[in-house]
Ligand binder design. Structure first.
Ligand code: BES
Ligand code: MN
Ligand code: ZN
Length: 492
């Protein structure tokens, strides 16, 4: 992770590899912003129109740093100034740093009127400084290393709360980076037991306690969902429990994550085309792990329990079959009509286990349905559940710059999951498939206020990079869940 600092010094006095300046798209054309950041003599030599710089969001242009102690000037689009909000700043900062692989240091000068603007620039800059190179060898392993040092130039640099905002940005970005790393890790390396070990190692030396239930413990505890899904794999399922219990906890939140380390579909096998993306089917569990650790690092006065529901969904002679009936934790029987609807089976166990500890609220997060992408596309996640929790999650998402949209749980769809032999079947109506999955989960939440976050599309970027979002794992959900936890803390 890059070092982060703040300065209110004159830009011409700063020595750096790259100086990042904003360009706004105004009705009268592109304009440098802040308008007076650069010395007049430098400014007059930058003809934005001739350079072809429009100021549109997500456009980045490099020019030589003539007349400054900067080797290059990086012009990053801010879009329209009337629409300039913290998320636009985050994206503009991230779009710039994302292109600065191989460059060591950057000073970032974007318009920051308020503390939350500075926080957004810091967060975006750090989120954009990411590369996953675990599997590269030779020169490729060290090429285009992300920035080592980021300095945010802002008139607010010496305000007392800026340092805390910077510290928070670093914790958040580190959690998002670590989540991306897990999602990008190849599934031959990341299987349930390996994931559990990684969780233990990551929590070492922190105040977070980790408990791992292996197959024997899962059998003893009646976790039929995890066990059923895990049957086809030689690498058995695990349930990982993470507990962060600060001394003065204002509330108690449980986070449950879907952690299918590879989803082949099982006997209801998926088509070969695109199956490789199913290494990302553990993105919910990864986000939960790093949200709990980040909450502990920030010392939030909220007790948080994380539940990672880990299994590999494979076809084999020992795999579960369509028509199998399993008994999940708590005794509910489920007829497995499609082995590819496996996420809801492992989450049923996780939700019941979480509910047994009487938290004030449960959030679950999962790459649960292809229908999520049909409904909302690849950048907007869905949230379903109790009205108040769902609303609070949407607010937390808005505050953190992630896109979550509220979706309903229409009760009339429940009967489409009626089974002729068991309490419930694991599939129902194809139309509204995301909502059907949500209604299935609801069966296992009892009276606990709850929301379900479906991140199927947004968790894994199969398109091209944009803003602070790289190709591959995005780390979506961490910022929203953390912001939600912060909203549960007493107001200071
Ligand atoms: N992991 C998938 C959902 C998914 C699909 C996530 C594409 C990300 C990208 C999930 O386990 C699944 O296979 N769901 C099925 C459910 C169906 C069988 C009812 C689906 O959405 O097709
Ligand atoms: Mn599946
Ligand atoms: Zn899945």
């Amino acid at each position: 992770m890059a070092d982060l600092s703040f300065t209110s010094k004159d830009l011409s006095s700063l020595t750096t590899d790259a100086l990042v300046i904003g360009v706004a798209a105004t009705p009268s054309g592109p304009a440098l912003s802040p308008s007076d950041a650069l010395p007049e003599a430098v400014r007059t030599n930058i003809d934005l129109t001739l350079l072809g710089v429009s100021g549109a969001l997500d456009t980045v242009t490099r020019i030589p740093g003539v007349g400054l102690n900067a080797k290059i000037i990086v012009l990053t689009g801010l879009g329209s100034m009337t629409a300039l909000n913290p998320e636009a700043l985050r994206r503009a900062a991230g779009a710039a740093t994302r292109t600065l692989g191989g460059v060591r240091s950057a000073v970032i000068a974007l318009p920051t009127a308020e503390e939350h603007d500075v926080a957004a620039v810091a967060e975006g800059a750090l989120l954009g400084s990411y590369a996953f190179r675990t599997y590269r060898t030779g020169d490729a392993a060290t090429a285009n290393t992300p920035l080592e040092s980021i300095t945010i130039a802002t008139p607010l640099a010496d305000q007392p709360r800026i340092k805390a905002a910077g510290d928070r940005a670093q914790v958040v970005a580190a959690a998002v980076h670590a989540t991306r790393d897990l999602v990008n890790t190849a599934p031959n390396d990341l299987f349930p037991a390996a994931f559990a070990e990684i969780a233990k190692t990551a929590a070492k030396g922190t105040s977070v306690k980790v408990t791992v239930l292996d197959e024997k413990a899962l059998t003893a505890g009646g976790y039929g969902g995890l066990l059923g899904v895990g049957l086809g794999s030689t690498r058995g399922p695990r349930l990982v429990k993470l507990s962060y219990t600060p001394a003065k906890a204002a509330s108690k939140v449980a986070l449950v994550g879907k952690g299918i380390t590879f989803d082949s579909g099982g006997i209801s096998i998926k088509p070969a085309k695109g199956m490789e993306a199913m290494k990302s089917d553990m993105a919910g569990a990864a986000a939960v792990l790093h949200t709990v650790l980040a909450a502990a690092q920030l010392g939030l006065p909220v007790a948080v329990t994380g539940w990672l529901c880990l299994a590999e969904n494979m076809p084999s002679g020992t795999a579960q079959r369509p028509s199998d009936v399993i008994t999940v934790r708590g005794g509910t029987t489920v007829e497995v009509l499609n082995t590819d609807a496996e996420g809801r089976l492992v989450l049923a166990d996780g939700l019941v286990a979480a509910g047994e500890e009487n938290p004030d609220v449960i959030l679950d997060i999962a790459t649960l349905t292809g229908a999520q992408m049909v409904a909302l596309g690849t950048r907007v996640s869905a949230v379903m559940g109790s009205d108040d929790v769902r609303g609070a999650v949407v607010e937390a998402a808005d505050a953190s710059g992630e896109q979550f949209w509220p979706m309903p749980l229409p009760t009339e769809l429940r009967s489409s999951m009626d089974s002729s032999v068991a309490d419930i079947a694991n599939i129902g109506d194809r139309f509204g498939g995301m909502l059907v999955a949500g209604l299935f989960l609801k069966e296992f939440t009892g009276d606990t206020p709850w929301a379900h976050l479906d991140i199927a599309g947004p968790s894994f970027n199969e398109g091209s990079a944009h803003g602070y979002t790289p190709v591959g794992g995005t780390g979506v959900g961490v910022r929203t869940m953390l912001s939600y936890l912060e909203s549960r803390a007493p107001k200071k």
